[in-house]
Write a protein that binds this ligand. Structure first.
Ligand code: IMP
Length: 455
């Protein structure tokens, strides 16, 4: 029997990412910081591929590698070992936050966190050109950076501070130059994405080392051995918020190829990232975040529950369904309970957060896929395989809608109509998850009941 660690909560994307986790983490941290002196916000997966949007009254921040807690006074943000970090993008993110907010961000980067560099981005792009090998990626070098761990030659944050850092990074450059030349390309000429200046050429080894040198000067002070600090705090009562990136449906074990990512977006990733200090089963609340009335995704995967384009276009425009990192228009699906309940099961979720509750139209009933059947009419499960899903037929139930405009930015549960409340109860029962929080618009304050208690 594992004892529950009070004041701990994980926030995980319940579907395919972009569910609105940034805002949820932001709200939870606000609530916690009012009751406790400090809160630790810990990110355990992904890297610059993530895009967490937090809108304050005057500004909108899109964070990629830095946890959303960075916008909260008193929060200590840890970038964990399970992430892969692009130092150049991190410098840009830090500069944006520091230039646009008075908040003193308290950030620590685990010295063991692997690096995702321009070399990885170039390799991914070269692979994609060659064999479609990198298809499905955001071009942020995420998969090659994680592959370095498997191949036993990752560069880690602490290598930036090593006295032989130059030799290590030169060796890395040479390796990637050879790999890329094997694919028929020239590393120095490949254009890669960068947060500060869009597409840039990787450049030759000297230029690469020069860039790294400037980055280590800027971020060196944040790189720490965090093991003892995490252990000490986990064994105390300090609240922990674990901030996930991506979503369970993008996990390479639970999602559909090629639209999967290399990191572990589920709470089991926290176990590995904290080197076994935090057993995810001890986390008090493991919340999966879902869009309330539809599901969105980008990529090639096709779920059986695709919406007709007219309604999809309306939702896309009203909810700005374009990728935060890639700006790609997202595909829009009906709520797909076979997939979502499978994701809830494999990520050991206990609670649900529903976002985008304002996306409901009085003239359009909400269609929910309750289960799939095969062509003989027998009920079948979701399985993470496109070929299987191509033959799954969705069975729908229809729910009374509510007027989303009337509850836009609402903070009061009493503003919800009985149809909205019934719908939420239905989802809660179907997913076997307790409701934790609802959001009613993109603004920071558009949240109903953030006190961990709902009807
Ligand atoms: P990668 O993680 O860059 O390799 O991208 C793999 C897949 O995950 C792609 O299909 C992306 O669209 C998707 N993906 C990665 N990060 C996010 C995210 O934060 N939100 C939504 N999709 C993501």
């Amino acid at each position: 029997m594992i004892n529950t660690r009070l004041n701990s909560i994980s926030i995980v994307g319940g579907a395919f990412g972009d569910e609105g986790k940034g805002k949820v983490v932001d709200e939870i941290c606000h609530t916690l910081i009012k009751r406790f002196d400090k809160v630790i916000v810990y990110r355990w997966n992904g890297g610059s591929n993530a895009g967490h949007t937090v809108e304050t009254q005057s500004k909108k921040f899109v964070l990629h590698q830095i946890p959303s807690g960075a916008l909260i006074e008193g929060a200590i943000c840890i970038l964990g070992k399970g992430m892969v970090i692009h130092p150049g993008d991190l410098v840009s993110e830090l500069a944006t936050i520091q230039a646009n907010s008075d908040i003193k961000t308290d950030i620590m980067i685990d010295e063991m966190t692997p690096l995702a560099l321009d070399t990885h981005r170039a390799f991914e792009s070269s692979l994609k050109k060659k064999e479609g090998g990198g298809t499905g990626s955001t071009g942020r070098g995420i998969a090659p950076a994680y592959a370095d761990i498997i191949f036993r030659h990752p560069l880690r944050m602490r290598d930036l501070l090593d006295k032989n850092w130059k030799e290590k990074f030169e060796k890395h450059y040479r390796l990637y130059k050879s790999l890329i030349s094997g694919l028929g390309d020239d590393l120095k000429k490949i254009q890669v994405n960068s947060l500060s200046s869009g597409a840039v050429k990787v450049g030759n080894k000297t230029k690469f080392i020069k860039k790294i040198s400037a980055q280590r000067d800027r971020i060196g002070k944040y790189i720490k051995n965090v093991y003892d600090m995490i252990k000490e705090n986990w064994n105390s009562k300090v609240p922990f918020v674990f901030e996930g990136a991506q979503g369970v449906g993008l996990d390479s074990r639970w999602g559909v190829y090629p639209d999967v990512t290399a990191s572990d977006p589920t709470p089991s990733g926290i176990f590995a990232s904290t080197e076994g200090i935090v057993n995810p089963e001890a986390i008090e609340i493991r919340a999966n975040v879902y869009k309330a009335t539809y599901t969105s995704s980008v990529g090639k995967r096709i779920l059986p529950t695709k919406m007709d384009e007219k309604l999809a276009t309306r939702i896309r425009e009203d909810a700005n369904e374009y990728g935060a990192t890639t700006k790609r228009p997202r595909d829009i699906y009906h709520i797909d309970l076979p997939a979502l309940s499978y994701f809830a099961k494999v990520s050991m979720a206990t609670h649900m957060v529903l976002t985008h509750l304002d996306i409901s139209y009085p003239d359009t009933p909400i269609k929910v896929c309750t289960h799939y059947v095969n062509k003989r009419g027998q009920q079948i499960d979701y399985r993470p395989d496109q070929e299987f899903l191509n033959h799954a037929l969705p069975v729908y139930e229809t729910f009374r809608p509510w007027d989303g405009n009337k509850i836009k930015n609402s903070t009061n549960i009493n503003d919800l109509s009985s149809s909205a409340k019934n719908y939420i109860k239905f989802l809660s029962k179907s997913l076997s998850l307790l409701p934790l929080m609802l959001t009613t618009g993109p603004k920071r304050e558009s949240v109903i009941n953030s006190n961990y208690l709902l009807f």
